[in-house]
Each structure stands twice: as structure tokens, then as C-alpha cells.
Design a protein around this ligand. Structure first.
Ligand SMILES: Nc1ncnc2c1ncn2[C@@H]1O[C@H](COP(=O)(O)OP(=O)(O)OP(=O)(O)O)[C@@H](O)[C@H]1O
Ligand SMILES: [Mg+2]
Length: 259
């Protein structure tokens, strides 16, 4: 039974150990339909492990992850993606020699979801489907302010722009939830605020829920509806950004750190 009527993703009592090291220790939280939800915590807190459990890269030893009521544990990453969860990676992962438009069209085709075999789908696509795909890609590119770059090879563009392309590509998969792994890592101040704005725009205009892991506290506090803090694999706080920022356990975990 969902904790909340509009819970989309329910992470329930997830535990994961690596030869004695408890990366995650009974972590529970839910992401609601359409919200921006952030996971924070010091280095080694378990944030990446958590993402990898949700996206099917790791299989936790205990607990469950339900998405729209369906159990995800045991599904391979491409099956999780097909359920409607898109993700971006800590390092930019795009096809650098291809244009922005080609990268986005591939995502739309389900290439990212089902692997290279689905390229076959593309060959069989009708002219009408082709036009629809181009229109959809144009819309997402405008939303992320990369529409003037559609014919540019991705590899020629600055890091901050490539990260927005990755987000556009996740969006082109038309998911219900996007997982963002440190979306502003390595960005300068202007790129960071542009990305923060882009995440909010995507969330508002498409209504897609966003789950992000991020070290940049100003950015997390500025764009998130709710925040969950982890330390040593355990959830130490959950609430609004203001509640979490003043939580004694969180302040203590970050003492001398980013908060
Ligand atoms: N593949 C692995 N093999 C062994 N130990 C691992 C592995 N992945 C993570 N760990 C351990 O699990 C714990 C949690 O790591 P995790 O990478 O999830 O933390 P994190 O919160 O993402 O940290 P960071 O902010 O540095 O990215 C750490 O103690 C880490 O050393
Ligand atoms: Mg990490």
C-alpha cells in the first residue's frame, strides 16, 4: 500500500552490502508524482548505490523498489528504463560525433531503452512518425534552450551544454521519472544556475518527476520540493529543503563540509 496517494516510486527498506561494508542500511522514502526530490549526503553516504539499486545496476540484499506499483528489483537496467525511468550519468554519456538532433531522435526511438536492436524500428518508421519525432525533439530542445544547436555535433559543445543535451535526451524517452546523477558536477556558476532552471522548467512543463543526487547544496535547496539526507547508508533526515538544512543530524554529518 502506497504511503501517499500519488507516490510514484516507493523505496522500502533497501539494504546493500559490499563484502561487509553496508552501503545502504534499510533506506525508505517515496517520490511523488511530478515532484523534484533530492538525495544528499557526504562522500560514501550511499547515494550512487541507491541510484544503482533503483536503475537495476545493483541488486539490494533486502527491501523493495516499486514504480507505479510494479516491483523493480530483479529487472535489468533496460527493463527498468522501459517502465518509464530515464537516467543521466555523472559523466556525460552522449554520442559525440552525432548531432544534437540525432542524439535526441535515437533516444526517442527507444534506442536507449532497448539497445541497438531497436534501430530496426527506426528503419521501419513511417514518414508521419518521422515528422512527429522531429516535432517532439524540437519541443524538448526549445525547453532546454538547445534548439539553435540541433545540427551541431555534440562533441563540439561545452560541458554545460552537453549536460543539458543529456537531460533533453532523457526527456525524449518520455519517462515518468528522470534520475539525475550530480547534474551540475564540474559546472561553473552560470552553467549551474542554467541547469537548475532547466530542471525546474522540465518538471513544470512536462510534469515528469525528478530524483537527483547532488553535492551543490545551494542548487538542491533551490529546486527541490523535498530532500532526503543519507549518512553511512542510513536515512538521517527527510523533509522540505528548509527542514533538512536545519536538521541537527544533517548539520553534524556535514560539519566542516558543504552545508
Ligand atoms: N562497487 C563497490 N564495491 C565495494 N564497495 C563499494 C562499491 N560501491 C560503493 N561501495 C562502498 O559503499 C559505500 C557507499 O558508496 P556510494 O558510492 O554509494 O557513496 P556516495 O554517497 O555516492 O559517495 P560520493 O558522494 O563520494 O559519490 C562506500 O563505503 C563505498 O566505498
Ligand atoms: Mg556517488
Amino acid at each position: 500500500m502506497a504511503e501517499h496517494a500519488t507516490d510514484l516510486l516507493e523505496v522500502d527498506g533497501i539494504s546493500l552490502s559490499f563484502s561487509g561494508v553496508k552501503a545502504l542500511d534499510g533506506v525508505t522514502f517515496s517520490v511523488r508524482e511530478g515532484e523534484v526530490f533530492a538525495v544528499i549526503g557526504p562522500n560514501g553516504a550511499g547515494k550512487s548505490s541507491l541510484f544503482n539499486c533503483i536503475s537495476g545496476v545493483y541488486r539490494p540484499q533486502a527491501g523493495s523498489v516499486r514504480f507505479g506499483g510494479d516491483e523493480l528489483i530483479g529487472l535489468k537496467p533496460h527493463r527498468v528504463a522501459r517502465k518509464g525511468i530515464a537516467r543521466t550519468f555523472q559523466n556525460v554519456e552522449v554520442f559525440p560525433a552525432m548531432t544534437v538532433q540525432e542524439n535526441l531522435l535515437l533516444a526517442r526511438d527507444g534506442f536507449m531503452k532497448a539497445g541497438p536492436l531497436s534501430c530496426m524500428v527506426r528503419i521501419g518508421r513511417s514518414a508521419r512518425e518521422e515528422r512527429e519525432a522531429v516535432v517532439a525533439v524540437q519541443r524538448y530542445a526549445e525547453m532546454l534552450r538547445i534548439d539553435h544547436l540541433l545540427s551541431a555535433p555534440v562533441g563540439s559543445l561545452p560541458h554545460g551544454t552537453q549536460k543539458r543535451i543529456e537531460l533533453a535526451r532523457a526527456l525524449a524517452m518520455e519517462p515518468r521519472l528522470i534520475l539525475l546523477d550530480e547534474p551540475v558536477a564540474g559546472m561553473n556558476h552560470d552553467e549551474t544556475s542554467e541547469m537548475g532552471e532547466a530542471i525546474r522548467t522540465v518538471n513544470r512543463e512536462v510534469g515528469v518527476a525528478i530524483l537527483l543526487v547532488e553535492h551543490d547544496m545551494t542548487m538542491v535547496m533551490g529546486i527541490s520540493d523535498r530532500v532526503c539526507a543519507l549518512d553511512f547508508g542510513q536515512r538521517i533526515a527527510l523533509g522540505t529543503p528548509a527542514e533538512v538544512a536545519r536538521d541537527a543530524l544533517v548539520v553534524n554529518a556535514y560539519l566542516g563540509g558543504a552545508l
